[in-house]
Write a protein that binds this ligand. Structure first.
Ligand SMILES: [Fe+2]
Ligand SMILES: [Fe+2]
Length: 287
């Protein structure tokens, strides 16, 4: 469950109190991260089309769930874009999104019928990993932000992302396909975690934060912009965000969220972040 205020599903941009915005409380790190996130969220219709192809034989209720999920993700993009344009009037979301669409075109979005994870169950495990990542990210942004409107926007989005996790987990557990072997579930979850530094986030960070006039001198390099994105967002995380993230990731992989492997992974991940200069020393102990 998200911390603090619990926001209900079904909110709109009109529910956000935009008049509370305080420009003096915007930080460059939050601004750069929110700009990048707005592009990824707004690109959800491509994921919806892909998932509908993967689940083409599934009951109608699954298809309508996927469509509703996509609408909520697009709304996340619109809310983040509106905040970013408020915080930086020079930011043109529509133009940045056009650049992003031109740069990021993965093959499975363009064509193909089956899941790139090899099965519908694998696809749902991967979706749970992604929703674990987004729920922890927006929780971390909400807790790191002093700017009141961003705090609210991130809080509302985080609540949606926790619900999305539950939704995909429920589809996974009600799936008619045969159960995957334990090693395969762990493999799918681990490979999806490893993709968190893939082209999508790097492309989004580049298109949102490098001005078109600067692009010839600063061409896109996946590793460079993946690292820049990671260095910005990982600084928002605290130990309890990581603990919850790991618990959420291991569950669909078939591991015990309260078990020793989960605790060790969480501790290892946090220490790795500390070694890389993220987080604070005060958070070394679990919250
Ligand atoms: Fe989202
Ligand atoms: Fe989501």
């Amino acid at each position: 469950m998200p911390d603090g205020i619990i926001y209900e599903a079904g909110w709109t941009l009109d529910d956000i109190n935009w008049s509370l915005f305080e420009a003096s409380k915007v930080t460059p790190e939050l601004l750069a991260s929110v700009k990048a996130a707005s592009l990824v969220e707004y690109n959800a219709p491509d994921y919806v089309s892909y998932l509908k192809r993967v689940f083409k034989d599934a009951p109608e209720s699954v298809i309508s769930t996927i469509e509703h999920w996509g609408e909520e993700e697009v709304q996340h993009g619109r809310a983040l874009a509106r905040w970013a344009e408020l915080a930086d009037p020079g930011f043109n979301f529509k133009a940045a999104f056009t650049r992003f669409r031109a740069l990021y075109r993965p093959a499975h979005f363009v064509s193909g019928e089956g899941s790139v994870r090899g099965s519908r169950r694998g696809e749902m495990i991967a979706r749970c990993v992604v929703e674990s990542g987004t729920s922890s990210l927006y929780s971390a942004i909400r807790d790191a932000a002093d700017e009141p409107v961003l705090k609210e926007v991130a809080g509302r989005i985080a609540a949606d992302e926790f619900r999305h996790y539950r939704l995909f987990y429920d589809i996974l557990t009600s799936e008619s396909e045969p159960e995957l072997p334990a090693w395969r579930k762990i493999w799918v979850a681990a490979t999806r975690v490893n993709e968190s530094d893939d082209d999508e986030l790097a492309c989004a960070y580049y298109c949102a934060n490098v001005l078109p006039a600067e692009m010839p001198a600063q061409p896109y390099r996946r590793r460079r912009y993946a690292r820049l994105y990671q260095s910005k967002v990982m600084a928002f995380y605290r130990r309890h965000h990581i603990d919850r993230l790991v618990k959420m990731v291991v569950k669909p992989a078939g591991l015990n969220p309260s078990g020793r492997i989960c605790r060790m992974t969480s501790a290892f991940l946090w220490r790795l972040m500390m070694l890389r200069g993220y987080g604070t020393r005060a958070d070394l102990r679990p919250a």
